[in-house]
Every structure is written in C-alpha cells, then in structure tokens.
Write a protein that binds this ligand. Sequence first.
Ligand SMILES: [Zn+2]
Length: 243
Amino acid sequence: MTTEIHPRRLYLLQLKIASVPTPAGPLEMALGCYLIRMSDGRHVLIDSGLSADYPTPGLIPLTEESTVIAHLDRLGLRPEDIDLLICSHFDIDHVGYHGAFSGAACIVQRAQYEAAKGGHPRFAEGRAHWDHPALRYRLVDGDTELLPGLSLIETGAHVPGHQSILVRLPQTGPVLLAIDAVPMQSMFSLERAPWPGDEAPDRLRADMQKLLDLVAREGAALVVFGHDGAQWRTLKTAPDWYE
Ligand SMILES: [Zn+2]
C-alpha cells in the first residue's frame, strides 16, 4: 500500500442538510458528494449534487455557496482539476454539475447509462446535465476495481446500474460509500423496506446482503449513508478529510 498508487484522502462534501416532511414525520436529509485525492495527485469526484438553479419547492434548495463547484473552490480546485467523475446514478440530486467536468473521464455502469440514454423517464429531468455533449463516458459492467484501492460496487435495486463505492484508505481503512443503495443508516438490514424511488424492491435483499458481506469481509471502518442527515452531522466533512 505504500508504494502502489492508493487513495490518500477522502473528502465528504456536505452540500446541505435539511429537514424534509415525510408521512412518518420530518426526516433529516443530507445531500452530498465525495472527493478522493489519490497518492499520485489525481482527483476523483463522486457525483456532483444538485444544481443551485434547480427549482425545489419544499425539497432541498442549494445556494451558489453550497454547490459542488463552491466546495471544490474552497479546496483550491477547479472542475478542470478533476480527472475522473464517478457517477453513482443519474437522479437529479446526483448530476447537477456534470457538464462542468468535461475534462474528466466519467465512469458509469453500462446498465445505468443505457437505461437513461434509452429514455427512462426518471432521468429526463437531469438529462441536460448527464447527457451534456462535452462529456466523455467510460462504461463499466458490474463490480470493478477502478483504481488500486477504489472499487465500484454494483447495487441496482435503487435504479438499474446504481453503484456504491469502496475506498481503501491508508489509516482509516476501508470506507463504503453506499450512496442511494442505503440512504439511511436505519435501512442497512436484510429486512428493510423499499425507499421511495427504489425500482427493483425484489433485488433489495440481495443488494443489502452484498453490502453487509462486503463490510464484514473488508472490515470496513465506516459506512457513509447517502442521505442520512443525522449521520452526516457526526462525520468529518470538508474541508476536513479522512486519510
Ligand atoms: Zn439521491
């Protein structure tokens, strides 16, 4: 791990935490994305959050200061500094600034890309972002070690080809970014109910089994849940980092 290329820092970019009304009462929802600095200086961004101009009445509005672009700027980075953009999936709250990263290779599961390109209505509202003509996509099929210490884990119960990410950090150890495969910590179990928007509830149990097995096998030090505001409040967020 010392001589090979490896992830050196993981930044959790906390774009926003807001209380959202649900049938079960208000829920603390987080919006985030992730930045990894590799030991060779490359930067890997995971998702690009919601755009500030997205009309979100009653949802989670972002200001210009809370976008991924502003977060990167505060870390001294411009969009051109991002070498790889990993797309977990093309829901609107994950693709808001994809068009800014035309210099990066965009990594997405083939199943997700083809579903969206094929006109799946769910991905229509973010299409101007994820289907920006300047973007260069690299399609992957299933679980893939993208770089040493950085693995893509296919978790398609949420949407076809959704992917979670495993990051092996030198001091912290393995960290699983579940993204929308497990949006809330309370849902990380075999018996969990579907989350709004989960398209294949019959696959949920298999996805949960896969991630629970992965966490046990890897001895994961941390699992970050995609939209869990209560958890995100307890995490080290940018400008701080995990290493
Ligand atoms: Zn989401």
